[in-house]
Design a protein around this ligand. Sequence first.
Ligand code: GAR
Length: 200
Amino acid sequence: MKIGILISGRGSNMVALVDAAKSDEIPDSEVVVVISDNPDAAGLSKARDRGVEALVIERKGRSREDHDLEIVSALREREVDLVCLAGYMRLLSPEFVNAFPARIVNIHPSLLPSFPGLDAQQQAIDQGVKISGCTVHVVDEFLDNGAIIVQQAVEVRDDDSAETLAARILDREHIAYVEAVKKIASGRLRIEGSRTVFSG
Ligand code: GAR
């Protein structure tokens, strides 16, 4: 399975996936390209250090559709089977989503459907929930929507800041994302309506 990863920043989830594919923890898979919309993304050099092609495709005042179509053609040229969003901070256009039907996944730092959108960890603290976590889900054209593949929970402590909670969740993100991509690579994950079902 050829994987393409989209990032906008640090790229720690991308690194977790690249390393898991290289070590065969995710069998028969390879990350063939990392694409960032942000030329300053720290993840770009982390990908190159691991021998993975890393491209910058900026929006540069274009429409979302034109920007997305350039990314789609870069992914298609490399025959990508699965697109993983890993801290990619843009909403995909329907054109992008339809180009890879049910083959785009995202990780979000909350237990969806709670706290979609920006600042999910601060939203959790403001709401006073005692448990939060992360979600890996199939991407559709709506923000942080789509069938859930894996979730992992963490406790929210009374003295947490958004930063301390984000760090605790991030540790789990790296594990959850690898688990989700392993499930997809196994060919035993199917989508049934709004759910995914794994016949493991
Ligand atoms: C992660 O916490 C990820 O869940 C979040 O951005 C961070 C990226 O970290 N994504 C979103 O909030 C998307 N809605 P990383 O660049 O180190 O993987």
